[in-house]
Design a protein around this ligand. Structure first.
Ligand code: 0X9
Ligand code: CA
Ligand code: CA
Ligand code: CA
Ligand code: ZN
Length: 423
């Protein structure tokens, strides 16, 4: 097996090298043809407003680190950014980088690329939930919040003492893998499931939380996209769901499709092929409807039962809180006291995992994101975590599976802090 992998890996490397020669963008080339999709480092977008201008050109923003943005841009988008006075450096051909990243076709169809099998495919994720449930039947209940566009169940596991009963305990929600390629987040949710099930009865903190709260975990909000991202045997770099659009393109950005202030503020695209396409109407994505319907269903006797929430993304190592649609801290739907609570819990979580805390619009403006909806609609203390790494281009979305354990356990303290603030 190792030999086979090495051979496949080597041939992928050769293919990439050939592409480099053909496209000729390596250092020292007399001419530097610009790739159809180039990975660029963008400098000069130092304020959130300037970064919002960058997102408006329609580029795919991968991450932001120390004011430098990493984006995937077409030649015309790159020119537009330079015309805005920004300095761009080409880091590589996105397609070639994706080719290089895959270790070759895995032995099993639809598994992760060779070497990354520690990540869970959709089927493995479902099996992991079922295994946790059968090993700990008293404190778990697995169900589905709905179906994806392609008809996959979107499973949710509830973890609590007397899990079969809806008890009067503060509820907490963890959601992951809304963006297809952010596979490390699926592992984050599965780690939470593992910690709060296998630690029950032996770890006092875990036991206390499971007894006192009702913990809901949705490991993949975008199963179609996640499966598509690995279906070709090498990573596709896919972000959106897999719902077709009228113009023949595919995918809605679920994190621009939620119903609170949807499309309000130039924080999403109306262009179906854009990576931040907001969809034709609020909650047009079935996966978004499933999440919203589930959270709506937790209003019992007129009171929302879910008190706190983290939606995990990658990458940039950030702890973000609402609102994303406005730079204002205090506005309609957010008092000073409420904002101060967001900031203080956010800073406490960031102190424990070493991420950088900020209001989400401090990164760039978005409208229709999940956290604005969770707070705006339901007054849930709702955070977006951008996990490891802090930067890194293509590898930012595809850290090797050896990183799963250190980077998920890194958030144990932050998760505990969120739980203790769910009151
Ligand atoms: O753009 C997003 O949806 C999130 N980043 S990601 O690279 N994972 O796609 C961040 C959303 C946070 N909200 C705001 N920045 N307003
Ligand atoms: Ca590995
Ligand atoms: Ca309970
Ligand atoms: Ca309850
Ligand atoms: Zn994301």
């Amino acid at each position: 097996m190792l030999t086979t992998r090495r051979v496949l890996g080597a041939s992928a490397g050769v293919t990439a090298a050939v592409l480099v020669l053909v496209t000729g963008w390596q250092a020292g080339a007399a001419e530097e043809p610009v790739p159809d999709q180039g990975l660029y480092q963008v400098r000069g977008a130092d304020t959130a407003g300037e970064r919002a201008d960058v997102t408006r050109t329609g580029v795919d923003v991968l991450g932001v680190r120390d004011g430098a943005m990493e984006v995937v841009a077409s030649p015309s988008q790159a020119s537009a950014l330079r015309a805005q006075g920004l300095s761009l450096s080409l880091e590589g051909d996105w397609a070639a980088l994706l080719d290089q990243r895959g270790g070759g076709v895995s032995a099993r169809a639809a598994d992760f690329p060779a070497g990354d099998e520690g990540y869970h495919t959709y089927d493995e994720m479902v099996a992991a939930l079922q295994a946790a449930a059968s090993a700990h039947p008293d404190i778990t209940a697995v169900s589905s919040i709905g179906s994806s566009y392609e008809g996959r169940d979107i499973p949710v596991i509830k973890i609590s003492d007397n899990a079969a009963t809806d008890e009067d305990e503060p509820e907490v929600l963890f959601t992951c893998n809304m963006h297809a390629r952010e596979h490390l987040t699926t592992e984050m949710c599965l780690h939470i499931v593992d910690r709060f099930t296998s630690g029950y009865g032996s770890d006092a903190g875990v036991t206390g939380s499971v007894d006192a709260k009702e913990i809901w975990v949705v490991p993949s909000q975008n199963p179609d996209g996640a499966e598509f991202d690995i279906a070709g045997g090498e990573y596709a770099g896919w972000r959106k769901n897999r719902q077709p659009n009228d113009d023949g393109s595919v995918g809605t950005d679920q994190n621009r499709n939620f119903s609170y202030n949807w499309g309000c503020c130039d924080g999403s695209s109306t262009s179906p092929s854009a990576e931040d396409y907001r969809g034709p109407s609020a909650a047009s994505a079935p996966e978004v409807r499933a999440v919203q319907d589930f959270v709506d269903s937790r209003v019992v006797g007129g009171a929302q039962q879910i008190k706190a929430h983290i939606d995990f993304h990658t990458f940039s190592e950030l702890v973000l809180w609402p609102f994303g649609f406005t730079y204002d801290t205090v506005t309609e739907g957010m008092t000073q006291e409420e904002y101060d609570r967001f900031r203080s819990v956010g800073e406490e979580m960031a102190a424990s995992n070493g991420y950088t805390p900020d209001q989400s619009s401090g990164l760039y403006i978005t409208d229709g994101d999940i956290n604005d909806w969770m707070w705006g609609q339901h007054k849930v203390l709702s955070y977006c975590f951008e996990m490891y790494p802090s930067g890194g281009g293509i590898d930012g979305f595809y850290p090797p599976d050896e990183d799963i354990v250190p980077q998920t356990t890194r958030n144990d303290g932050a998760v505990d802090t969120l739980l203790s603030n769910a009151t």
